[in-house]
Design a protein around this ligand. Structure first.
Ligand code: 26W
Length: 808
């Protein structure tokens, strides 16, 4: 790796300021300075990227294509400089030029092109794929507006638009010459000639897909991959002269179609809505992507017969499933392949990762919508369906139930997960438990037929970002104890940190670092939000999307329980406890928004009640996003991972907290199960029903009984129903727990888990009061978090699904 001196960086930055903004250093604003720094870093990465691309071209390397409707990248300047090994030098250069590096980094907007777990996972994986020197490209949409910014106004969530591109485009490189054309609507015209079936679309609407590439630097390598974000543009200027010919209306149609496609990220997480614009987004980015892969491949090899040998397409949930019929279409209609070979190539190229088993998140598009928007694609899907049903009839002896469950097109719906399972060569879940549930339950019948397709790849997080970069003091301590920074490239080496488990100096330093992080976070909160956190209290954090299955409400119920104890006995000696929530709710998710209001009502009540002073605090931190998580997670001491067992596919926040020495209180769900395995019973606080118990209990579950048999629980629910001093009542929330709608009370079984949760919270506090033990537990959590590094996940994908080599 070429290294840069401070003076070299300064002169490069100065050059950018002069040539791009016509400013000297002393005339430059912070914005100029940010952009100039980004350009300098981008130049370094582009050089690396061109080399990388040439190398994989020259070696005919097999390539990975990671398709995702979401990449929650967050900020890039500090991260890229870190990976390139120039962070310290860059900071010196920035300071030297009269700016504060911290303020400059802070001025960068998050690239919020994702909702939550699925999008952040994709971003972590990009980092690992570059670091492991795997030739890989990410593909998505260049949304003009990312995930909304959340404001809390009078206790309620208000959404503001997130116009990130005016600064964020510093990282993007537009490649007009690699534009692809994507067609919508129209009708299929076909005829046979010389034994070949010619198919084309007529009267369709065309949208231009223009690549805006973002370079992805790896850590300590010049290997640099690309995240290709497709922007939508209209192919024709609207020209009034065409009015009479009828072309005018078509031009307007194309213009409007193009304008809206890349406008905004859909903010619903784990909830499917059959909106036609969403379908247009999906097909738009998928079609552009497949065309761009195919065109490059054909230009290089002059044939597509070896396509599946040179490419693997990984789809991040079902959202990009259209790659399957789209690749079929291109092979057959544009390159004259017959069905069988097109199918062989396609079904040996695409692999599918499932990220949720919530029924309401499963995508099923109305047949009519697919047919009118994508007529040729619909034909191909019907043909895949017919052939699949024929095979299923044979395999299952005409068992109608199996056909009904597994059909791809059924009853007016196109079922995307079934299309994936039928067509992909690999299907994986994202934690051991989740993958197990997939084969035992959701995809059981498909598993019977093709068990070899089904795999597990437990999620992982970018530990360079989520440990070393966000918690530099902890990084220093690990380096000091283990004698090297080996763990950065070999996360398994984190285990050597455990040798210091009985070293009191290390334990003391670990506690100091946590305290420093708490103070740093508290200062930031005070400055940004005017919130006063008690840094002598336990910082107990639940940060993730707001969803009923994640059970923020169970956390609230426990807080109300503690508050009632204080009300009974204001003199009660208790461990000072600060509860922090951070969560965005999907704008249309009424119950989730009510729960946010409830948290804010409770927060106002408790924070203003003198009996809680120095004992109990509750805060809802607005606008949870990558950059807030980066400040908050290093300061957390307790991590709340309390979903109903069986519902959280994996979770990845859980891993980030663990790496930063927070202790987990959680259910046996998602990756918590594997954390528990690593940590044993002594280093994690597990409670509640297991997923099997949840499933067994479900048919005869009666939440009302739980309430009636537990007076403390009843009292908590009564208090929530009555509301707090702001006069808002929350009886609709408690009613849904006790009575529910159409007999479906407390779907996520909060009342069943309440008692064991409260008890476990007591254990957490007791453990916290024994400082040495607590610090040892924190150290063990950090030391055993290595398997939750994204590098490990990516090696798993590379070994078991992609079959590509990587850096040792
Ligand atoms: C169609 C609407 C929609 C949008 C997003 C449905 C489903 C999704 C995502 C699949 C939801 C999601 O982010 N799932 C999360 O994926 C993470 C990464 O694997 C897991 O860690 C989380 O447990 C899972 O909830």
């Amino acid at each position: 790796m070429h290294s840069y001196t401070k003076l070299e960086l300064e002169s490069l930055i100065e050059g950018k300021l002069r040539r791009n903004f016509g400013r000297t250093v002393s005339e430059a604003t912070q914005l100029h300075m940010f952009k100039a720094c980004a350009m300098v870093i981008r130049d370094i990465m582009s050089e690396h990227q061109m080399e990388t691309s040439k190398r994989s071209y020259d070696t005919d390397a097999r390539e990975v294509h990671y398709l995702s409707l979401e990449f929650l990248m967050g900020r890039s300047l500090e991260k890229n400089a870190y990976n390139l090994g120039v962070l310290d030098t860059l900071k010196d250069a920035i300071s030297d030029m009269g700016f504060s590096p911290a303020d400059l980094f802070e001025s960068e907007p998050d690239a919020g092109l994702g909702n939550g777990g699925l999008g952040r996972l994709a971003a972590c994986y990009l980092d690992s794929m570059s670091t492991l020197e795997i030739p890989a490209t990410g593909y998505s949409i260049c949304y003009q507006l990312g995930i909304f910014k959340q404001k809390i106004v009078d206790g309620a969530q208000v959404e503001l638009s997130d116009d990130w591109l005016d600064k964020g485009d510093a990282w993007l490189m537009t490649k007009m010459d690699e534009t692809e054309l994507v067609n919508f609507g129209g009708h299929v015209v076909d005829y046979w000639e010389d034994g070949f079936h010619h198919v084309s679309l007529e009267d369709c609407t065309t949208v231009m897909a223009v690549p805006r590439d973002m370079e992805i630097a790896g850590y300590q390598t010049e290997h640099t991959n690309v995240l290709r974000l497709w922007d939508a543009k209209s192919p024709v200027p609207v020209n009034m002269n065409f009015y009479s010919t009828g072309e005018y209306l078509k031009a307007v149609e194309e213009q409007t179609m193009a304008e809206v496609i890349a406008k905004v990220l859909y903010p619903a997480d784990n909830h499917y809505e059959g909106k036609s614009l969403r379908l247009k987004q999906q097909y738009f980015f998928v079609s552009a992507t497949v065309q761009s892969i195919v065109h490059k491949h054909f230009a290089k090899y002059g044939t597509l017969h070896n396509f599946h040998e040179k490419h693997v397409i990984q789809i991040n949930d079902t959202h990009p499933t259209w790659v399957i019929p789209e690749l079929m279409r291109i092979l057959m209609d544009e390159y004259e392949f017959g069905w069988d070979e097109a199918w062989y190539i396609t079904s040996h190229t695409v692999a599918y990762t499932n990220h949720t088993i919530l029924a309401e998140a499963l995508e099923h598009w109305p047949q009519n919508l697919v047919e009118s928007l994508l007529p040729r694609i619909f034909q191909i899907i019907c043909e895949i369906n017919q052939r699949y049903l024929d095979e299923l009839r044979l395999f299952f002896n005409n068992d109608g139930n199996k056909l009904y469950e597994m059909a791809i097109v059924w009853n007016g719906d196109v079922r995307m997960a079934n299309l994936c399972v039928a067509s992909c060569f690999a299907v994986n879940g994202v934690s051991a438990l989740h993958s197990d549930i997939l084969v035992r339950d959701v995809f059981h019948d498909a598993w019977l037929r093709t068990p070899e397709k089904f795999q597990n790849v437990t999620n992982g997080v970018d530990h360079r970002r989520w440990l070393a970069e966000v918690n530099p003091a902890l990084n220093d301590l690990i380096v000091q104890v283990t004698g090297s920074d080996d763990y950065l490239l070999h996360p398994a080496a984190l285990s050597e940190f455990e040798t210091a488990k009985n070293d009191s100096a290390v334990l003391t330093r670990l506690a100091e670092i946590k305290q420093e992080n708490k103070v740093r976070f508290a200062n930031h909160m005070k400055k940004q939000n005017g919130i006063l956190l008690n840094t002598d209290a336990i910082f107990d954090v639940q940060s993730k999307r707001l969803h009923e299955y994640k059970r923020q409400l169970l956390n609230v119920m426990h807080i109300v329980y503690l508050y009632q104890q204080l009300q009974d006995n204001p003199q009660l000696e208790m461990q000072p406890h600060t509860f922090l929530f951070a969560a965005k709710a999907a704008p249309g998710y009424v119950m989730a928004k009510k729960i946010i209001q409830l948290i804010n009502s409770l927060s106002r009540q408790i924070n203003n009640d003198p009996i809680c002073k120095d004992k109990l605090q509750v805060f809802f931190l607005e606008n949870y996003c990558v950059s807030l998580a980066e400040r908050m997670i290093p300061a957390a001491e307790v991590s709340e991972q309390i979903s109903t067992a069986g519902k959280e596919a994996s979770g990845t926040g859980n891993m980030k907290f663990m790496m930063n020495g927070a202790l987990t209180i959680g259910t046996e769900d998602g990756a918590n199960v594997e954390m528990h395995q690593q940590l044993g019973d002594d280093n994690i606080f597990i409670f509640g029903l297991t997923s099997d118990e949840v499933a067994d209990m479900r048919p005869h579950y009666n939440s009302y009984e739980y309430m009636m048999h537990n007076p403390a629980l009843k009292r908590v629910l009564d208090a929530i129903a009555a509301g707090f001093s702001d006069g808002r009542s929350y009886s609709d929330i408690t009613n849904s727990l006790i009575f529910g709608q159409n007999g479906h009370a407390d779907e996520y079984m909060l009342l069943a888990d309440f008692a064991s949760y409260v008890k476990r919270q007591g254990d957490v506090v007791a453990a916290y009061q024994d400082k040495t033990t607590w610090n040892q537990m924190a150290l063990v959590n950090i030391a055993r978090s290595g398997i939750f590094a994204a590098d490990r996940s990516i090696r798993d994908y590379a070994d078991n699904i992609w079959h590509v080599p990587y850096r040792g």
